[in-house]
Design a protein around this ligand. Structure first.
Ligand code: HEC
Length: 470
């Protein structure tokens, strides 16, 4: 105790002298925490911060409190007043990242390969590679009633896979002009639920102008395919020219069809606060009639300032969207910044909080907002730190993986994983990583055959999971 007090004062003094506000969270840790908690977070004078043991409580709020209030009796400096609330919040995210990384390092993930059986909690599976090398940036897969599949390639090509999963070398011709820019390009594809009767295929893509400079935004069309020709194209949603921008990030997309409606996503395109602006399409989930008309009962139709197609707002970049077959609940996975990826239950008119609240921080480790909850803003069902870079979401149907039936499968680009998520009574009760480390997962989709299709980037591939023994 006698030792600790002067040490604390001298730390606080050092902090005031050197503009602590500018430091990134790693630097703060290195300068002010590592001396007691270890350069690798392993502990020393203070305890390990990565062993999953939290003496004073394991919730984010309790860890924030431990840092803010300290415990002078035991030798932990109180950081309140030295670090801002935002910095303390960033520190919690940072410690969560390190905790998870340390756990994963100490864990054996089976590297799934075509000849081996991967064992998971409830099912064992094998991987079959359908397409390799001949495909570029596969983004989404959709299933046609005759057993063929459609796959988008981000540079702008729409291609068929035959019944056996072989890639047709000839792309569909005459598809809309796509501008591949940053994360954007040709993204989502899905047939209308009555495709057999009406032949409609829907596409979501980056649309705009190249001259005098690239300005783009996410748009949605539908059309029919005759042989290898795209025909009968109609716009479903084409944002006004003024909403286009040069940003190469956060395009969203993904479609859900239900009861004559189409739901789709436009990411905030890097314009963070625009997610809160109902006059802009950025950071919104939309609901339209499947021909593009605005439903009369949409939540913001009577607000003259709002775009009437908006269903929910305050999103950063959702790239997973599904509807639960049992109760019609709409779920979305969304990329957070650094940390704070989310799974949300999407309800009409609700505000999901970006960028006012978030469980993440800036990519460079500087704090973002420091708050995770606010009146009038929705909480995610779960959030993931470190970010998995959530992309692609589907629900297990069919009878090939019966013990996974109705579980969500969420892809992750950065964590190279497929995560199985069990929801009971609207709550996430269990998560399991069922596939890991064979590439960045761009899309995961359960086929009408009950098999699980995974689109991978780096290396670009399409694989599917078969129950072991088949
Ligand atoms: C002078 C040494 C010292 C420094 C510097 C220090 N800590 Fe601590 N810290 C401790 C000790 C000792 C404890 C254990 C206190 C206890 O047992 O109640 C502790 C506890 C904690 C806890 C609670 C752990 C638990 O199991 O609940 C957290 C979180 C924490 N420190 C974070 C930090 C952060 C973040 C920094 C830098 C901003 C920091 N500490 C700087 C000594 C230090």
């Amino acid at each position: 105790m006698r030792l600790v007090f002067p040490l604390m004062l001298c730390l606080a003094g050092a902090a005031v002298g050197e503009d602590l506000q500018k430091l990134k969270v790693e630097e703060i840790y290195g300068k002010y925490c590592a001396s007691c908690h270890g350069a690798k977070f392993e502990g020393g004078q203070g305890g390990s911060l990565v062993d999953g043991v939290w003496k004073h409580g394991a919730s984010d709020a309790e860890i924030s409190r431990s840092i803010a209030k300290g415990n002078l009796q035991m030798g932990m400096t109180p950081w309140e007043g030295v670090l801002t609330d935002k910095q303390i919040r960033s520190m919690v995210i940072f410690l969560r990242e390190k905790e998870k990384q340390t756990m994963v390092e100490g864990m054996e993930f089976p590297v799934p390969s075509p000849d081996t059986v991967t064992n998971t909690e409830l099912h064992d599976y094998r991987i079959e590679t359908l397409v390799e090398s001949s495909i570029e940036r596969p983004w989404a897969i959709a299933f046609l009633p005759d057993g063929r599949k459609l796959v988008t390639e981000r540079p702008g090509r729409l291609r068929f896979l035959d019944k056996d999963g072989k890639l047709d070398p000839q792309p569909v011709e005459g598809t809309p002009e796509v501008i591949e820019h940053g994360q954007g390009g040709l993204m989502e594809v899905a047939p209308h639920p009555d495709y057999e009767k009406n032949g409609w295929i829907y596409l979501g893509f980056a649309e705009g102008v190249r001259e005098p400079e690239i300005r783009v935004i996410t748009a949605v069309v539908r059309g029919r395919i005759e042989g290898h020709r795209w025909t009968d194209q109609e716009w479903i949603y084409r944002p006004d020219d003024k909403f286009r921008s040069g940003a190469g990030v956060h395009f969203g997309t993904r479609f859900v069809f239900d009861k004559g409606y189409i739901y789709f996503v436009i990411g905030e395109r890097g314009g963070m606060m625009e997610a809160q602006d109902l006059a802009r399409p950025n950071g919104k989930i939309f609901r339209l009639h499947d021909d593009g008309r605005v439903p009369k009962d949409n939540p913001f139709v009577s607000n003259p300032e709002a775009l009437p197609g908006i269903w929910s707002h305050g999103h950063r970049n959702p790239q997973g969207l599904v509807m639960y077959p049992r109760d019609g609940a709409l779920y979305s996975t969304e990329h957070g910044p650094r940390g704070g990826d989310e799974l949300n239950l999407i309800l009409p008119g609700r505000n999901y909080g970006w960028p006012v609240i978030t469980y993440g921080m800036n990519y460079d480790g500087t704090p973002m907002v420091g708050i995770t909850e606010k009146e009038g803003m929705e909480q995610p069902l779960v959030h993931w730190t470190p970010s998995i870079a959530a992309c692609g979401l589907d629900i297990v149907t069919g009878d090939r993986f019966p013990k996974w039936k109705y579980d969500l499968l969420a892809g992750g680009l950065a964590q190279q994983e497929v995560r199985r998520i069990r929801i009971v009574d609207g709550k996430v009760v269990h998560q399991e990583i069922i596939l890991k480390n064979i590439g960045r997962v761009r899309d995961v989709a359960v086929g009408p055959d009950g098999l699980i299709y995974v689109l991978l980037n780096d290396p670009d591939r399409i694989v599917r999971l078969l129950p072991a023994g088949e």
